[in-house]
Design a protein around this ligand. Structure first.
Ligand SMILES: Nc1ncnc2c1ncn2[C@@H]1O[C@H](COP(=O)(O)OP(=O)(O)O)[C@@H](O)[C@H]1O
Ligand SMILES: O=C(CO)[C@@H](O)[C@H](O)COP(=O)(O)O
Length: 467
């Protein structure tokens, strides 16, 4: 039998590094492994390298090609010796909120949206550089290169040979790359950071970042949501809802979106198209933190969240547990509203956390719908999508059909698909078989109660934050 070509995909995400080995011809996942990252919003990049090694990164001898997808926006600022001058501030670190507001106000949200494609929020790299310049000018003076998590890990795998590279999907999340010009806006970087560090070269969707001494091809890599879109082979009319550390709602389109409110980020995807996306800081850990509060396992949490009344007895959790990005409330905190003696039961608290997370994501979905981006199918992925109670409630809260693909690491799979594409030098990524999936439709009885749940969520949000 002809030996098969094996490629690998890496997802260096917020909480862990995952590696999948995949048959380049069929897309069959041959193995999957992972190793944890520190639980922090500021992480030394060496921790990502250690997790990559622990997940099997040192043993890629059988791999023809590999690509890295990773959490977006992280600020990797290196000195002349290529050592970080500060821990990498991640997408969910909100200390740069004042800088984000200043950059937004000084240039104007409409200009950001029209010329760059995104409007500054603390997640974006440019705001973190502005924070470093304002708070540690001595360290900012030492910055020679700035790159993103996926760029850094790709460069590490290549032994730091050659010049670092990135791709347009991840560059589009920095704030100093324009999806309109398809080029860096070095004037904005200089204006925000007060310095002009070297940036990675943006290479094409199926380009080669380099080749290791053992002959393994390394692809361009991409941001993790673009990786998920590749891994799902997201189709027109499909909207992905990813519930990882972040919650994200995104789709793949040909048209660029300009949203001066900043809610919809006009990112690029990993195939040369666009990836309009809304992201929440609060995702799967809303469920995990509630399970911890109730002192139960995730399995028991799911049982509890399915055991009580569908509307959580009127309890409403506004889940801004780590601040929030959509809506842009970086210093907000969570609130449990509607506490009555009758409602104060573990099953209602568990259910309220599921409903609160889904309402957060449904509000994001509504903003896409308002731009005439209708979700004919909602594809649910990310670790949090493994929650059975969330799966069951999602169709009811979204009032739309929800597709649950077979459990898998779709970001890493997308990176592997990109690696196979780079290896093949074909015009398009390989057409791998679509994975099996389950479909859940909204229950007929859910129209009224889900509307009441969303109404209570909106009233609580309005009362707490005036929005
Ligand atoms: N069955 C489940 N129910 C609820 N949450 C889950 C379940 N399985 C995994 N998770 C959560 O999913 C998260 C990990 O998802 P993942 O997509 O890998 O995150 P990231 O890519 O941001 O690192 C963790 O917070 C974990 O607790
Ligand atoms: O900030 C964003 C997207 O703009 C997040 O989606 C990060 O990319 C983190 O992704 P996960 O670790 O949650 O997958």
């Amino acid at each position: 039998m002809a030996s098969r070509t094996i490629v690998a995909g890496i997802d260096s995400s917020t909480q862990s590094c995952k590696i999948v080995r995949v048959d380049a011809e069929t897309g069959q996942i041959l193995s999957s492994s992972s190793a944890p990252h520190p639980d922090s919003t500021a992480v030394h990049p060496d921790r990502w390298w250690e997790a990559f090694q622990a997940a099997g990164g040192a043993d890629l001898g059988d791999i023809e090609a590999v690509s890295v997808s990773a959490q977006q926006h992280g600020m990797v600022a290196l000195d002349a010796d290529d050592a970080p001058v500060f821990d990498a501030l991640l997408w969910n670190d909100v200390r740069s909120a004042p800088q984000a507001q200043r950059l937004r106000d000084e240039l104007g949200a409409q200009v950001w949206a029209d010329e760059i494609g995104i409007v500054p929020v603390p997640s974006f790299t440019i705001t973190k550089l502005a924070w470093l310049a304002e708070n540690h000018p001595d360290l900012a003076d030492r910055v020679s290169k700035v790159m993103l998590p996926h760029d850094w890990l790709t460069w590490q795998i290549l032994g730091r040979a050659g010049y670092p590279t990135t791709d347009r999907s991840d560059a589009s999340g920095t704030g100093y790359y324009s999806v309109c010009d398809e080029a860096y806006r070095l004037d904005l970087l200089e204006w925000a950071f007060g310095r002009s560090p070297d940036l990675p070269t943006v290479i094409g969707p199926s380009a080669t970042a380099g080749t290791t001494p053992s002959g393994m091809l390394v692809g361009p890599g991409c941001g993790d949501n673009a990786g998920a879109a590749l891994g799902l082979a997201l189709r027109p009319g499909e909207v992905a809802v990813s519930i990882g550390t972040s919650g994200t709602v995104f789709t793949s389109t040909d048209t660029k979106i300009s949203d001066p409110s900043g809610a919809i980020a006009g990112f690029a995807d990993a195939t040369g198209r666009q990836l309009p996306l809304l992201a929440t800081i609060n995702g799967a850990r809303v469920l995990g933190s509630t399970a911890d509060l109730l002192d139960v396992s995730l399995e028991k949490f799911d049982a509890l969240a399915s055991a009580g009344p569908v509307d959580a007895g009127g309890l409403t959790l506004v889940p801004y547990l780590d601040g929030e990005r959509t809506p842009n409330l970086p210093h907000a905190s969570g609130s449990l509203v509607g506490l009555t003696r009758a409602a104060m039961k573990p099953e209602n608290v568990a259910r309220a956390s599921v409903l609160g997370l889904l309402c957060l994501l449904a509000d994001a979905m509504d903003k896409l719908r308002a731009r005439n981006i209708e979700a004919q199918r909602i594809v649910l992925v990310g670790g949090g999508s493994r929650s059975r109670s969330l799966q069951a409630a999602a169709a009811d809260i979204f009032q739309a059909e929800v597709v649950i693909p077979e459990p898998g690491e779709y970001v890493a799979l997308g990176a592997a698909r990109q690696a196979a594409w780079a290896l093949s030098k074909a015009d398009e990524p390989p057409a791998w078989e679509r994975r099996t999936e389950r479909t859940i439709s909204p229950s007929s009885s859910s129209v009224d109660w889900s509307a009441a749940v969303r109404g209570r969520f909106g009233e609580a949000r309005e009362r707490l934050y005036g929005i």
